[in-house]
Design a protein around this ligand. Sequence first.
Ligand code: GLN
Length: 446
Amino acid sequence: AYLDRIEKVEPKVNALVTTCAEDALESARHVDEKRAKGEALGRLAGIPTIIKDNMCTKGILSTASSKMLYNYKPVYDATVIEKLKAQDYVLLAKANMDEFAMGSSTETSYFGVTKNPWDTSRVPGGSSGGSAACVAADESVFSLGSDTGGSVRQPAAFCGVVGLKPTYGTVSRFGLMAFASSLDQIGPLTKTVEDSALVLDVISGNDKKDSTSAIMEYPHYGEGMKKDIKGLKVGIPKEYLEQEIDPEVRQSYLDAIKLFEDMGAIVEETSLPTFDYALSAYYVIASAEVASNLSRFDGIRYGYRTEHYSDLKEMYKNTRSEGFGDETKRRIMLGNYVLSSGYYDAYYLKALKVKTLIKNDFDRLFSEYDILLSPTAPTPAFKIGAKATPLEMYVNDLFTVPVNIAGVTAISVPSGVTGEGLPVSVQMIAKAFDENTMFRAAWNFE
Ligand code: GLN
């Protein structure tokens, strides 16, 4: 049924890069056989799933929506894929995204823009736009995305689904193509908060193949989620409300605050003074890391190679000029600039110091509050082509990037629909490794 649905809506939505119908039916048959034999089934047995195309799937194209990897079939599975397989999931397809996860609209994909299923003249958000659109359009039960500065939460908000950015270190990054390694984290996009907790429970855990993976006793995610939230302390950082926010998004946020009060939470205004510096610090740090991470794409080992060259240097140059899109090149240039000897102290080192200040600011707030509440994005989904300059696009990430910089966790949950029929969401933020308090707030709110 899901494969039929994909066939029907894909021409309108373009959420997918690769569909693996044969493999999907094979996995489904395998689950049936297991069931017939009375064997124990995994927790995701037979559940149709779509994975963002920057996660390695063995033998199946994994392109990161870049021409650079147009023909790349990994020889191994990402750890998250191994974990999903162990629970008998069914992989239907790989989802479209902004090239190498850089963008907020899925417009930088080599494979064309994904359309928002609520209004196909609008973007689905990004960079996990395909992952959000495919769940909203019922092409999949859930999907995985990656979130470096908001790439799970913002598209989830634009498409009216639930999007989770787990605490840095909770989900292994092994087999996730690195964008900004110190910020990247894989997270689920689901229809409900309960599904979000279930998927996190499956994909989380320590992994020796990722040196930043947290060594701890992992909780049972979702436990205690259905308890009420009387007495829960909710902070409203005033800096969020001081930004330019679409009036309907603002109203939906104010309504959400009221709902928390009605449910017995203790809601207070508070302050995150370093908020104003987060976006600038993010674009310095993320660009520096991506410039380094993408240096591996040289046309030698795998992926795209130019046909026009007379020596090695020209081969590198033409491969990278032809293989990367404009936004990727912009970030590589910006990253190399802020890392260069003359500017390192002024930009990169400064940004790292700001990162520490932001982290301290969050720590202080979480000594007083259980969760912080904010809008997920300043506007609902915008029209395709509406953001004329890179800066207009970057401003979209205002509310999501501080979470990645602080390394904490956040979830985007639908809070309403605008007069034009576009979904709007709020974001709940909790301290590092306290997903369960956040799930409880989110489940009660939903
Ligand atoms: N939109 C942000 C960027 O372009 C965040 C992307 C992401 O989280 N992967 O960098």
